[in-house]
Design a protein around this ligand. Structure first.
Ligand code: HEC
Length: 156
């Protein structure tokens, strides 16, 4: 009986531990949350880039509103969503964040700051006409790309 209980309960205990750890890995929650912030940045930035290019008709109200929200998304307190050890080596397949983001934390912070400044400048004028929007959108695109080039793995 003793042996049976041990053999029966051991694998049960192991699978239980796995189920609990898989459901509660706080790192995965952090990864999903930062990706959600990125998705929202993309949601707001998309039509603004589209207007600047002439693919989307300029709409002053929408431009001002989206630029304001893009700036909000660029400045959410997301630091804790980037815990150390959540790079694309440790969490292959779940994240595209390169380890350089942590070994070069200061530089990554500067890139985030650049986006914050660029979106602030855009938000200040985006509703004032297409030319005004165009005059400030370049640095926003550069800020997204500048960080992705250095700190995000290419899509496989
Ligand atoms: C400070 C660096 C940085 C800046 C600035 C930045 N990104 Fe990202 N972005 C990343 C990293 C790193 C990832 C990978 C995150 C992950 O997979 O965990 C990412 C991922 C993404 C993704 C994929 C999200 C997903 O669902 O996996 C999108 C979309 C995106 N970024 C859009 C943008 C847009 C649009 C901007 C500019 C408005 C921007 N990003 C600015 C670093 C940055």
């Amino acid at each position: 009986m003793k042996t049976f209980a041990r053999w029966f309960l051991l694998p049960l205990g192991i699978s239980f531990a796995f189920a609990v750890s898989a459901a509660k890995d706080p790192n995965e929650k952090a990864i999903e949350s930062r990706q959600a912030v990125m998705k929202l940045q993309s949601w707001y930035a998309g039509p603004l880039f589209g207007m600047a290019k002439g693919d989307v008709e300029y709409d002053a109200e929408m431009a001002g509103n989206y630029a304001r929200h893009l700036h909000i998304m660029a400045t959410v307190d997301g630091g804790a969503m980037w815990p150390e050890g959540t790079d694309n080596v440790a969490y292959a397949g779940k994240t595209r964040a390169l380890p350089e983001g942590w070994t070069n934390w200061e530089e990554a912070g500067k890139k985030a700051q650049a986006l914050s400044e660029a979106t602030a400048a855009l938000a200040a004028v985006a509703g004032d006409g297409l030319d005004a929007l165009r005059s400030k959108i370049g640095p926003v695109g550069k800020a997204c790309k500048g960080c992705h080039d250095d700190f995000r793995a290419k899509k496989k």
